[in-house]
Ligand binder design. Structure first.
Ligand code: NAP
Length: 495
C-alpha cells in the first residue's frame, strides 16, 4: 500500500504481544485492512530478539499470556523464552494476523494529515503507508542501551549485547566480562558461570534478588488444563493474585510499607544463605528499597558468585583496553569476550520510539519533553487523532505483567472503536481536559507509592526519568481493567 492507494484501516507498529493483541482486537471489531510493520525479521518483540542462555519469563506463565488464549502446555511455572516465542507464533497463526505483518520494515515517522484525516507513515527506504488509525505497539524495551565507556570501541575481542546473542559463539573456556546486574544479567550470570573459564561481573548498582518458586508443570496437569480449561482459570487467578500481592505494597506504600520491607528480607536471607563471605555479601547488598527497581527472581544468582571462576567487580570500570578492563581501583582483568547486559534506553529513545507528528505539527516527543510525559489512560494524547500508543507510553504500565497492559488496552479499544462506529464517525480524539485531569490524578496517586516515599535515591532505576519523574500507573491491574468499562466516552470527541 502506498500514498496514492486507498488508506488502510490501521497501521500497527510492532509485532510483539501488544501488536498481535491489538490486531486481533481490531479484526474482532471489523477492521481487516491492517498492516503490522515490524523492524525485525520475525514476530514476538523482546521474545524474538532475546535469546541469551537462561532466558525465561520472570512472572508465572499462566499470568503471562492473553486471557482469551490460555496455554495449557507451559512446561514450567516460569516458562523458558523459547516457549513464549512459540506461544506468540501460535497466537498469530490461530487468530490469522501473521498475514498483516511486514518484517524488516522500520518505521521512521508518522504524520497526521488533517485534510484527509489519515496517518502518513514513513518507513526506511522511502515508502509511505497511509492509514486511518495509527497504533504504536513498540514496547518499553525496543532500544538496546550500549554503554559509553572509554576505550570500548577499541576492544579487540568479542562484544555481545544480550539482545543480539551470538548463538554460535562458544563461551567454554573463555575469559568473560559481563557488564550489568539487571533482570537479564540475573538470568544470564548463572548460565555463563557454568562454562566460562573465568568470569568477572561488573556491577554498578546491586540488585535485590528474591527466590524463584519455579517447578516443572507435570504432563498430567497440562492435560487437565487442556481438557478442563476452568482448572487453568483457577490456577491463573492464583498466579494473578500472587503478582498483585508483590505489586500492591509498592502502590499502597503509605499503608503497606511493612509488607514492602519484608519482601526485601527474602532477598537478604537468600544472600545470607548463599554467601558466607561478608565482604562479598555487603557488595551485593542494595542500599535502596526493594521495589525501586523491577523485582528479580533467581535461586542461582547469588550462588554463582561463590564459584571459583566467578568474580565481582564493584569498583567501577575506568576504561576498556583492546584485551582488558581496567577498574577504578587499578585492577586489570584480561578478557576474551565482553557481554553487555546493559538493558534498554527507556527514556531517551522510547517516548515515543518513532517520530509522531499530530495536528498543528505537534511533535509528540518534543511536546512530552516540554510539557511533561502524559497520556489519557496510558494510550491517547490530545492533538493526535486516531492514534493510540499501546504498552509504551506514560502511565501505560500497570502491575508486573506486560499482559495486564495488553488486556486493559484491548478493552479500551473495544469501547472506543465501537462508539466510533456507532456514531458513524471518522475520527476520535481525546480532549485536553480529560488528558490533563487523568494525568493530575496519576501524579496525585503517585505520591502514595514506594517510588515517591521509599528510599530509591541510589537505585538508578529506569522507573525514574531524567528529571526524577515516574510514569508507572499507580493502580492495581484489576482496577485499571475495570476502569476501561466505565471511562466516559465523552472524554473523546468524535467527528
Ligand atoms: P536493566 O534492568 O536496565 O539493567 C541494566 C544493567 O546494566 C544495570 O545493572 C545497569 O546498572 C547496567 N549498566 C547500564 N549501563 C552501564 C554502564 N555504562 N556501566 C555499568 N553498568 C551499566 O536491563 P535488563 O537487565 O536488560 O532488564 C530490563 C528489563 O527487561 C527488566 O526490568 C524486565 O522488565 C525485562 N526483563 C524481563 C525478563 C523476563 O523474564 N520477563 C527477563 C529479562 C529482562 P545500573 O543499575 O547502575 O544502571
Amino acid at each position: 500500500m502506498t500514498a496514492d492507494q486507498q488508506p488502510l484501516d490501521a497501521i500497527i507498529v510492532g509485532a510483539g504481544f501488544a501488536g498481535i493483541g491489538s490486531a486481533i482486537q481490531l479484526r474482532g471489531l471489523g477492521f481487516s485492512n491492517i498492516a503490522i510493520l515490524e523492524r525485525e525479521s520475525d514476530l514476538g518483540g523482546v521474545w524474538h530478539i532475546n535469546r541469551y542462555p537462561g532466558l525465561a519469563v520472570d512472572l508465572p506463565s499462566p499470568t503471562y499470556c492473553y486471557s482469551f488464549e490460555p496455554n495449557p502446555f507451559w512446561s514450567r511455572l516460569y516458562a523458558p523464552g523459547q516457549e513464549i516465542k512459540q506461544y506468540a507464533d501460535h497466537v498469530a497463526d490461530k487468530y490469522d494476523v501473521r498475514r498483516f505483518m511486514r518484517f524488516n520494515t522500520k518505521v521512521e515517522s508518522a504524520r497526521w494529515d488533517d485534510d484527509d484525516k489519515v496517518w502518513l507513515v514513513s518507513v526506511a527506504g522511502g515508502q509511505t503507508f497511509v492509514a486511518r488509525f495509527l497504533i504504536t505497539a513498540t514496547g518499553f524495551m525496543s532500544q538496546p542501551c550500549y554503554p559509553h565507556i572509554p576505550g570500548i570501541s577499541d576492544f579487540a575481542g568479542k562484544i555481545i549485547h544480550t539482545t543480539a546473542w551470538d548463538e554460535a559463539y562458544d563461551f567454554a573456556g573463555r575469559r568473560v566480562a559481563i557488564i550489568g546486574t539487571g533482570a537479564t544479567a540475573v538470568q544470564l550470570i548463572p548460565e555463563l558461570a557454568k562454562v566460562a573459564a573465568e568470569m568477572t561481573v561488573y556491577q554498578r548498582t546491586p540488585i535485590h534478588v528474591v527466590p524463584k518458586q519455579d517447578f516443572a508443570i507435570p504432563r498430567s496437569v497440562q492435560k487437565l488444563f487442556a481438557r478442563m480449561p476452568w482448572t487453568q482459570r483457577i490456577f491463573r487467578w492464583l498466579t494473578d493474585t500472587q503478582s498483585a500481592v508483590v505489586f500492591l505494597p509498592a502502590i499502597r506504600y503509605r499503608q503497606l510499607r511493612v509488607l514492602a520491607k519484608s519482601t526485601a528480607k527474602l532477598a537478604n536471607m537468600q544472600r545470607f544463605l548463599a554467601i558466607r563471605n561478608k565482604e562479598l555479601r555487603r557488595q551485593l547488598t542494595p542500599e535502596y528499597d526493594f521495589g525501586c527497581k523491577r523485582p528479580t527472581y533467581s535461586n542461582e544468582y547469588y550462588k554463582a558468585f561463590t564459584k571459583r571462576n566467578v568474580h565481582l567487580d564493584a569498583a567501577g570500570i575506568e576504561r576498556i583496553e583492546p584485551d582488558r578492563i581496567v577498574s577504578t581501583n587499578g585492577s586489570e582483568t584480561e578478557i576474551d569476550v565482553l557481554v553487555l547486559a546493559t538493558g534498554f534506553d527507556i527514556w531517551e529513545s522510547n517516548f515515543p520510539a518513532i517520530e509522531i507528528i499530530g495536528r498543528h505539527g505537534r511533535n509528540l516527543g518534543k511536546w512530552w519533553r516540554a510539557n511533561g510525559f502524559q497520556t489519557y489512560q496510558g494510550m491517547a494524547v490530545p492533538s493526535f487523532p486516531n492514534y493510540l500508543g499501546l504498552a509504551a507510553g506514560p502511565y501505560a504500565n500497570s502491575g508486573l505483567s506486560f499482559f495486564n497492559m495488553v488486556e486493559y488496552q484491548s478493552r479500551h479499544m473495544a469501547r472506543l472503536f465501537t462508539e466510533l462506529k456507532r456514531r458513524n464517525a471518522a475520527t476520535f480524539e481525546v480532549s485536553e481536559l480529560a488528558s490533563a485531569s487523568f494525568t493530575e490524578r496519576m501524579e496525585r496517586q503517585q505520591r502514595n507509592t514506594l517510588l515517591h516515599l521509599g528510599n530509591c535515591a541510589s537505585s538508578r532505576s529506569y522507573y525514574f526519568g531524567p528529571n526524577g519523574e515516574t510514569v508507572l500507573r499507580p493502580n492495581t491491574p484489576r482496577a485499571v481493567l475495570a476502569e476501561q468499562n466505565t471511562f466516559p466516552l465523552t472524554d473523546y470527541s468524535f467527528s
